[in-house]
Design a protein around this ligand. Structure first.
Ligand SMILES: *Cc1c(COP(=O)(O)O)cnc(C)c1O
Length: 428
């Protein structure tokens, strides 16, 4: 039986592109996606992103636009703003940043001048490019000072943020902004400790919760409120919304943030994205999302345990959240070689630096994995030993150059994932 194309207009107008979308659906259906910054959005979020809201220009904010015809758009954006405020418990929310990086840039524009000092976590230690790292505009136009994690023999402190270093750097450098949060941080962020340091030195504390916003919304990670002055987050990672971002704050910073986003940095907001953010926030406010957030963490802990049992070295020895950072040095396989082999085995991860990595960022020692996507597919903790076993076989096959072992894993992965459908994916 031949099914009609699910996108008849796209298929007719641009069959080449339609085929690529279809192939991506197939890939997302058949593989075990372990990239911790990715997810599967709901069918409702997918629908909202593909609406005529995308036809509108609406520079400005609800009730204060530079364009007419905003009767519906104003209400869409207001819904998104009110839901963000309710879920995160903040006084102000801006839902217009195009993505996480522009949201962070807006924070710089609001609270620092070029050349002034910002303190953030170093990229190889788990921070994000936009926290003042050298190759980023934020490290070129601003003076970026970077903190890291500890390397100790004590499992309680090893791989954890070194708050003595953060405090010493803050006192010495007097940064305008301190960033906390990161992209490869497997442990709970101590927002209170950062807040105390920021207040002592008069810095604005930006909690960049891009990776963990869904865990915060679902009560599976402490909230940065009331310790942070500004909260920046993407909407497309654990929060499970469309690709976009939020900047939130207390009322006192509302004007500065809004001015920085528009007209400071951006033009018209992406209204179809705003609509989908509103939908995702409605979903994140439902009881089922609390279950989701806690299941993400339970899966990550179970996966970490199963990997430890197989002799893998994990940065900080485990995880508190959705993310596990594996140091492959002891397995004698570089991160990139392992990541590429696992991809051929249908297990999608990214190669990543580990703290104090002796290798180069483009060819580092680790891989980074996470459980937001597989939890959205419905896999539970009982499946994590199997996932760890596949990773183990994939890494061993990478070391031995055993392509047939990778092909075997790929078949087993596809067979399991066929039993766990997700919105927008082919099921047959
Ligand atoms: C993903 C991420 C960003 C950037 O988001 P983009 O949408 O990729 O621009 C910023 N900060 C942190 C901590 C992130 O994890």
């Amino acid at each position: 039986m031949t099914l009609p194309p699910s996108r008849p207009h796209l298929s007719a107008t641009d069959p080449e592109l339609a085929a690529l979308v279809g192939a991506e659906e197939r890939l997302q259906a058949d593989t075990l996606r372990l990239i911790p910054s990715e997810n599967y959005v709901s069918a409702a979020v997918l629908e909202a992103t593909g609406t005529v809201l995308q036809n509108k220009y609406s520079e400005g904010y609800p009730g204060r636009r530079y364009y007419e015809g905003q009767q519906n758009i104003d209400r869409v954006e207001t819904l998104a703003v009110e839901r963000a405020k309710a879920i995160f418990g903040v006084e102000h929310a801006n839902v217009q940043p195009y993505s996480g990086s522009p949201a962070n840039l807006a924070a710089y524009l609001a609270f620092a001048r070029p050349g002034e000092t910002v303190l953030g976590m170093a990229l190889p230690m788990g921070g994000h490019l936009t926290h003042g790292w050298g190759v980023s505009a934020t490290g070129t136009w601003f003076h970026g000072v970077q903190y890291g994690v500890r390397s100790t023999a004590d499992p309680e402190t090893d791989g954890r943020i070194d708050f003595d270093e953060v405090r010493d750097l803050a006192r010495k450098e007097r940064p305008k902004i301190i960033f906390c949060g990161g992209t490869a941080v497997p442990r709970t962020i101590d927002f209170a400790a950062f807040g105390e340091i920021a207040r002592e030195v008069g810095a604005v504390l930006v909690a960049d919760v891009a990776h963990i916003a869904g865990l915060i919304a679902g009560g599976a990670h402490p909230s940065p409120v009331p310790h942070a002055d500004v909260i920046s987050t993407t909407t497309h990672k654990t929060l499970r919304g469309p690709r976009g971002a939020l900047l939130m704050s207390r009322a006192e910073h509302a004007k500065a943030i809004d001015k920085a986003v528009f007209p400071g940095l951006q033009g018209g907001p992406h209204n179809h994205t705003t609509a989908a953010i509103a939908v995702a926030l409605r979903e994140a406010g439902a009881p089922a999302f609390r279950d989701y957030a806690h299941a993400v963490v339970a899966n990550a802990k179970a996966l970490a345990e199963a990997l430890l049992a197989r002799g893998f070295d994990l940065v900080s020895g485990g995880t508190d959240n959705h993310l596990v950072l594996i140091d492959l040095t002891s397995k004698d396989v570089p991160g990139k070689v392992a990541a590429k082999a696992l991809d051929r085995a249908g297990i999608v991860v990214n190669y990543n630096t580990v703290p104090f990595d002796p290798r180069k960022p483009f060819d580092p020692s680790g891989i980074r994995i996470g459980t937001p996507s597989l939890t959205s597919r419905g896999l539970g903790t009982d499946r994590m030993p199997q996932v760890a076993a596949w990773i183990d076989r994939g890494v061993a096959a990478a070391r031995n150059g055993d392509e047939s072992a990778l092909a075997a894993v790929r078949g087993e992965v596809a067979e399991l994932m066929a039993g766990y459908p997700a919105p927008g994916l082919p099921t047959e």
